[in-house]
Design a protein around this ligand. Structure first.
Ligand code: ADP
Ligand code: MG
Length: 695
């Protein structure tokens, strides 16, 4: 066999005919490598079969014996069937019982040799196995399936776990000792990695002294090595593209001198927090570099990202460049416009707002201003750069509350011949592991601290039956001069129903509960002007209770609002609840967030509400959310920048990703990319990780 045996199609393996090859292919297994990198998902220690006579209640055990009797009993409960078998070895016999699996009568016939694996239970008639796992043992399987630590594979279509176990053994027996290793020797040594060949062998067929516990946690050196390999290859692709992008140059130069600094200092309404100061410095350093900035600014809700972006904007504008400031919703764009226009009112810079609902005529006028360069800073929704707007000299794009600056936006900028600095801002803390996958090519700045004087938010989880107390809590706040949010979920499938209940609730609160206060409704289906009117009235304190769907989730800033009630809190995701809660606690008062849930709640919902009540640390919440939901759901439908992985798990193996990221960047930036890796990155990376081109 040549050294590229590993890329041989599986159909050339002994025992794989055309039909089996087709089955394997359907399960995504085409080459020997595909097979070898489809790792066992769990392991069982069958290295020691226990004599039946030595079994003790409560232990987990494997026994090998002969089926000496078997019968299927039908219970009085209609249709409920119990299959009994007795398994005997030289030392004794034990009962085995399986509930509601009548087909076992055809499988476990007397005289068969079987391995039974499971918990040993004790009942009034003695020891037995209940619903234990079992395998019928034939001679040629003996070597693989018992008397050792046995790997278990997820069933893949018609490819059974046993079949895979056998195939893997066949392939391993043919796999040359000196297979090529994609990992550079320096990395292998530094990380003390097991050789590739050994890692593959020991991941599938661990030596008997391996710890089954470590194996099941994917912590053995062999498993870690294969996971590292995958993560490293993934990170090398990112590092390489990041490196390649740094060859691009901006069409403009930015200088920061005393005049620029003075101009920025003049608009500053408060003292920056240390986190803000560091972020500003990192961003401004980027602006001065010849390569376009591609930076993510992370800071929890209320951390004060807007001012950081605005300071960057001043630097750009002082250098004669235009700035586009984009928000995900018109409400937010309007709010940013208000804030920025106010802060820049004493400056010589002109700020405009352009959104989907800007009247046509006004749009034309604005477009002319932007094209001529008389508008210095334009605030809009994310569609801004995609619209037909032509910029005079676009230098900086700020994108608020969006996780990623998509392929489409980037392409449309390039199409306009633009290569601006890009600053993304997000308040959804991105767990480090995901930051290392989806955002691996970005630089990241963090604002870990909140501005001084913020009062902690008290979070209450209450059942529907305590609604009256909740109303009292709202009333206390309103009587003290504060304002309240009442949030309704808006799930797409039941949008109409939810809208109805939100509307009904607004009426109910107004007429029956809080007749002395003003209640208003805000939802996504309202006309823009109507939304604006409500928002402004709430911000101005003319509305006391805002009943809203989740449109307020991002960015709204009304410091006088000190209480939020989330209806049907059990329906919200963890990060979403965190975002919502961030709408209160923005002023100098103690704030409350009440999560009202409707019983019965699921275990998941209970976990979520418990987690959100336990902490206000956005990063802790994001990590927990990632654990509860898994990486795919974490971003919901908003993103799809996650790699297709075959050995590693983004949550379980996050520490490995961290190390792989560092090694890959170090290698690429240090010019150490081997020709093999170069070839991989250019021609096979995309296919292996199944990503759409990021940025
Ligand atoms: P976010 O990071 O959620 O976008 P904002 O930029 O909206 O936060 O800021 C939240 C509030 O905190 C605003 O009212 C802002 O004026 C205020 N703020 C921001 N930074 C500071 C600071 N360093 N000192 C005092 N208040 C600040
Ligand atoms: Mg914000």
């Amino acid at each position: 066999m040549s050294s590229d045996f590993i890329s041989t199609p599986l159909q050339f393996l002994k025992g794989v005919g055309p039909r089996k090859a087709a089955d394997l292919k359907r399960a995504g297994l085409v080459t020997v490598e595909d097979l070898l990198y489809r790792l066992p998902f769990r392991y069982e220690d069958r290295s020691r079969m226990q004599p039946i006579a030595s079994l003790r209640p409560g232990q987990k055990a494997a026994v090998l014996g002969e089926v000496t009797s078997a019968n299927l009993a039908v219970t009085r409960r209609r249709g409920f069937k119990i299959f009994h078998a007795v398994v005997s070895d030289a030392s004794g016999a034990i009962r085995c019982t399986w509930m509601n699996q009548p087909y076992l009568a055809d499988v476990l016939k007397p005289h068969l040799q079987i391995v039974v694996f499971g918990d040993v239970k004790l009942d009034s008639s003695g020891l037995h196995f209940l619903n234990a796992e079992f395998e019928v043992v034939s001679d040629d399987l003996l070597r693989l399936h018992m008397g050792r630590i046995v790997p278990f594979y997820e069933r893949a279509g018609t490819v059974t776990p046993n079949m895979q176990r056998k195939l893997v053994r066949t392939a391993l027996d043919l796999l040359p000792q000196d297979i090529a290793d994609p990992l550079p020797a320096v990395v292998r040594e530094r990380q003390q990695l097991v050789p590739r060949r050994e890692a593959i062998e020991h991941t599938h067929f661990p030596p008997n002294e391996a710890s089954v516990d470590s194996l099941n946690r994917f912590r053995t050196p062999a498993q870690r090595r294969l996971i590292f390999e995958e993560f490293f290859l993934f990170q090398v692709g990112h590092a390489w593209r990041r490196h390649a992008a740094s060859a691009e140059l901006k069409p403009h130069v930015v200088v920061v001198d005393d005049r620029v600094r003075a101009s920025a200092a003049k608009i500053l309404p408060f003292k920056l927090t240390p986190g803000q100061r560091t972020s500003v410095k990192e961003i401004v350093d980027d602006l001065r570099r010849p390569q376009p900035m591609h930076r993510l600014l992370q800071g929890d809700v209320g951390a004060g990202k807007t001012i950081v972006a605005l300071l960057a904007a001043i630097v750009a504008m002082e250098n004669g460049l235009q700035v586009a400031f984009m928000a995900p919703t018109e409400i937010l764009a309007g709010q940013h416009y208000g804030t920025i226009a106010r802060l820049l009112s004493q400056s010589r810079f002109r700020v405009d707002l352009l959104t989907g609902s800007t009247p046509e005529l006004r749009k034309h006028t604005l477009s002319a201003h932007i094209e001529r360069g008389s508008t210095n800073l334009i605030v809009g929704t994310h569609a801004l750069v995609q619209e037909k707007v032509k910029f005079h000299k676009l230098g900086l794009v700020v994108i608020d509350e969006q996780h990623r600056f998509g392929v489409a936006q980037r392409a449309s900028l390039r199409a306009k011949g633009l290569r601006p600095d890009v600053l993304l801002m997000t308040a959804t803390p991105i767990p480090r592991t995901l930051a290392l996958t989806d955002y691996s090519e970005l630089d990241v700045s963090q604002i870990p601290d909140l501005p001084p004087g913020r009062k902690p938010i008290r979070t209450w989880v209450k059942p529907e039956s305590r609604r009256d107390e909740v109303y009292q809590l709202i009333r206390d706040q309103l009587d003290a001069g504060r304002q309240a949010y009442v949030i309704y979920p808006l799930v797409e499938e039941s949008e109409k129903i939810d809208l109805k209940s939100a509307t009904a609730m607004a009426d109910h609160l107004q007429v029956e509960v809080f007749p002395a206060y003003r209640v208003a409704l805000l939802h996504g289906r309202m006309k823009q002007e109507a939304k604006d009117r409500v928002m402004h009235a709430f911000a101005a304190g003319q509305i006391h209770i805002l009943v809203s769907t989740t449109v307020v989730e991002v960015g709204m800033d009304v410091p006088n609002a000190s209480i939020m009630v989330v209806e049907h809190a059990e329906r919200f995701g963890l990060s979403q609840l965190h975002q919502l809660r961030g709408r209160v606690g923005r002023g100098q008062w103690d704030s409350h967030c009440v999560l009202l849930y409707q019983a019965p709640w699921t275990d998941d919902a209970r976990e979520r509400l418990k987690a959100i009540a336990a902490t206000t640390d956005g990063f802790a919440i994001a990590e927990r959310d990632l654990e509860l939901r898994g990486p795919g759901d974490f971003f919901g439908t908003r993103q799809s920048g996650l790699p297709r992985l075959r050995t590693g798990d983004l949550v379980r193996d996050r520490d490995v990703m961290e190390v792989a990221h560092g090694e890959a960047r170090g290698l690429v930036e240090g010019g150490g990319l081997t020709p093999e890796l170069q070839e991989f990155v250019e021609h096979r990376w995309e296919k292996q990780f199944g990503l759409i081109e990021v940025g």
